[in-house]
Design a protein around this ligand. Structure first.
Ligand SMILES: C[S@@+](CC[C@H](N)C(=O)[O-])C[C@H]1O[C@@H](n2cnc3c(N)ncnc32)[C@H](O)[C@@H]1O
Ligand SMILES: [Zn+2]
Length: 407
């Protein structure tokens, strides 16, 4: 089928039937309207979040998705989440808005889902007054969500839900720290735990944007998957709550020599210059969010929603969410077994052996969804290195032995 010069094909995602460009690929310039089938997992989890949120607040929900492309996200929210009474989807690209309208009609949602051909910030700003605000805003842009966060916060009701995607991994993961400073107001670091730092940078940015408006954030769920990051936070109104949430802002300090790392709470705090373990100069990342990045009860409910669903990728989604439930109580800033073994120039012992050994020494230890070989633990780097050295039987004559004996 050809629509406004675009070759279309029919697909089914979740309960929605959609027309999407036949040429649709992940790279924007090659498709006149963007549709990425690999983001179905992210959309399914977002549906789980909305279902969990609806149960939490117990009232009908008005949702806005101002960067919609084919309309798939907003249409699925209207079709698949009980209690979603109204959805506005928008896109600045006229072809996208036209196609989204066709998809709304195709799904019998005229009257529930409204399509706007509009710039996202302009659309959001029309909702930024009492009586016009929405319960949920989902920002799903190309690259960084930063340009839309303030308008999204203004368009939300008290107790509203902000969900967003960031796909600008190179700045957030320390490849372009200056770009992260510009976009998120915080420096990124290129470390083995950069995916967690990316989420913390995004949350730190949302917290500061919220602070300007006397709003506070409460993180509910965050994850990294393939090339993107997703963050889901509750927005609360009140100057004192906002001031309180600023206590969770701070910095990460990282020793590039021995691998020691820690979070330092406080946005205007004195920072350590030297590593307490080896005396080397520390690298500083942030400001970023140092507080909890998951709400165990919320993630647990999202997991239950996904398990009860008919999503075709539900095994993968459940596995991701189960790991997040587990790690929700874990200490921050994970280590990876490959980088620890690399420091020791040793082979990698199995994850399970390291975890058992650490537990038997009295440490907390959890896996993390951020990295397949990641460990969240209250053990320090030296404890981790000596545990691995014991497991692989590194002796005093071995090259890597010095790495943890005399960092
Ligand atoms: C990543 S795509 C959205 C994907 C969609 N949410 C999904 O789940 O498939 C981003 C969309 O934002 C649109 N866009 C880019 N800048 C915009 C702006 N300032 N205002 C509104 N739409 C914009 C693009 O045309 C594109 O369709
Ligand atoms: Zn050090």
């Amino acid at each position: 089928m050809v629509f406004q010069g675009i070759e279309l094909r029919r697909i089914v995602e979740g309960e929605a039937s959609l027309l999407v460009p036949s040429t649709s690929t992940v790279s924007p310039p090659s498709s006149p309207v963007f549709y990425n089938p690999r983001m179905e997992v992210s959309r399914d989890i977002a549906i789980g979040c909305l279902r969990a949120y609806h149960k939490m607040v117990g009232r009908d929900l008005k949702v806005i998705e101002p960067l919609t492309a084919t309309g798939v996200r907003g249409i699925r929210y209207a079709k698949e989440v009980e209690g979603v009474s109204e959805v506005i989807i928008g896109d600045v690209n006229p072809l996208a808005a036209e196609l989204a309208k066709r998809n709304v009609e195709l799904n019998g949602l005229t009257g529930v889902v409204r399509v706007e051909k509009a710039e996202a910030n302009q659309l959001l700003s029309t909702m930024a007054k009492p009586g016009s605000r929405y319960d949920v805003v989902d920002l799903d842009p190309f690259g960084s969500p930063a340009p839309y966060v303030e308008a999204a916060l203004r368009a939300l009701n008290s107790g509203g839900l902000l969900m967003l995607t960031a796909t600008d991994a190179p700045p957030l993961c320390g490849v372009y720290p200056r770009v992260a400073e510009r976009r998120y107001g915080g420096r990124s670091l290129r470390t083995e735990y950069c995916h967690e730092l990316a989420v913390r940078l995004i949350m730190g940015f949302i917290c500061r944007e919220a602070g300007k408006l006397d709003l506070a954030i409460k993180p509910l769920l965050s994850y990294s998957l393939e090339h993107h990051f997703r963050v889901c936070v509750l927005i609360e109104v009140g100057a004192s709550k906002s001031t309180f949430s600023f206590r969770y802002l701070g910095y990460v300090e990282h020793c590039p020599r021995c691998g020691h790392r820690f979070l330092k709470h406080g946005i205007a705090t004195a920072l350590e210059e030297r590593c307490p373990l080896c005396g080397s100069r520390l690298l500083i990342g942030g400001p970023l969010w140092c507080g909890p990045i998951q709400d165990r009860m919320f993630v647990d409910q999202v997991l239950r929603e996904v398990e009860a669903s008919g999503f075709r990728h539900k095994r993968r989604e459940s596995s991701l969410l189960s790991t997040i439930v587990e790690e929700s109580q874990a200490p921050p800033l994970y280590y990876t077994v490959d980088s620890l073994s690399h420091r020791l120039r040793s082979r990698e012992p199995p994850m399970t052996s390291i975890m058992e050994e650490l537990r038997s020494s009295g440490f907390q230890v959890y896996r993390t969804h951020f990295h397949p070989k990641g460990l969240k633990t209250d053990a320090m780097i030296n404890d981790l290195l000596s545990t691995i050295a014991r497991l692989v039987k590194i002796g005093a004559d071995d090259e890597g032995y010095q790495a943890y004996q005399h960092p």
